[in-house]
Design a binder for this molecule. Structure first.
Ligand code: PGA
Length: 263
């Protein structure tokens, strides 16, 4: 299988921005702007916006999802949300292990691994986030950190369901800082991830699983990342909040510039 078989995916991660009203206004303005894109568009939105947005997006190619979930199927976990609850209101994917969840809410690899298992079993597509801090990069630990995160987060998951997962490499120091990695840095880590995926999950999973880059993506740098052979898409935070900037990022790919033309 060649990398041309992996569909390019661009995910907007809204974090804790947009009310239901402003989410729907975004979508109404955004849909006509991205009608001709060859990429898959995902929007990870606040829980309250999922239902209304999924309804409005149902005849489009835009996929609505969540930014977090719990690993239990139900239970006494005040304030948490289960995969089945998300699926019921139209969420089709969920971000798991974003660095803000790891740093601010103390999520560790073991918890993230359990969430991954639950998402795969319950049938919601997980987007697993990994990435090193600035200190770890400066200490030359990037490779080891990525190895540990991938090994622990993907441990003992159902291999038949894993090709449905998405991996996002987001260097923590590049998130929300206006200081993206260079496309070459991203390619090097993505290549390492692909090799590690082969080691941990086998070649089939490694070839099928899309690996996205995230961290200070803007309309003017998006294409340079997508041009890298192992970069299958983007995870976009701040620049996904307005229809104008996010559509410019999505539209940086015309049908003639798809992955198969990279080689
Ligand atoms: P950013 O965020 O694009 O604003 O850097 C990316 C993310 O947190 O997923």
């Amino acid at each position: 299988m060649t990398d041309a078989s992996r569909q390019e995916i661009i995910i907007g991660n809204w974090k804790m921005y947009h009310t239901v009203d402003s989410s729907l206004a975004f979508l109404k303005a955004f849909i006509p702007l991205v009608q001709h894109t060859p990429v898959e568009i995902y929007l990870a939105v606040p829980f309250t916006s999922i239902g209304p947005m999924a309804e409005l997006a149902k005849d489009t190619r835009i996929c609505i999802g969540a930014q977090n979930m719990h690993d239990a199927s139900q239970g006494a976990f005040t304030g948490e949300i289960a995969a089945k609850m998300l699926l019921e209101i139209g969420a089709r994917f969920v971000i798991i292990g974003h660095s803000e969840r790891r740093r601010l809410f103390h999520e560790d690899n073991a918890f993230i691994n359990r969430k991954m298992r639950r998402a795969l079993i319950d049938g919601i597509q997980p987007v697993l986030c990994i990435g090193e801090t600035l200190e770890e990069r400066e200490n030359g630990q990037t490779e080891q950190v990525i190895r540990t995160q991938l090994t622990e987060c993907l441990a003992d998951l159902p291999l038949d369901k894993l090709p449905n997962a998405i991996l996002a490499y987001e260097p923590v120091w590049a998130i929300g800082t206006h200081q993206p990695a260079t496309p070459e840095m991203a390619q090097a880590v993505h290549h390492q991830c692909r090799t590690l995926l082969t080691e941990i999950c086998g070649d089939d999973v490694a070839q099928k699983m899309p690996i996205l880059y995230g961290g200070s993506i803007k309309p003017d740098n998006a294409a340079t990342f997508l041009d890298q052979i192992d970069v299958d898409g983007l995870l976009v935070g701040g620049a996904s909040l307005t229809p104008e900037t996010f559509s410019q990022i999505v539209n940086c790919r015309s049908p003639s510039e798809m992955k198969s033309q990279k080689e």
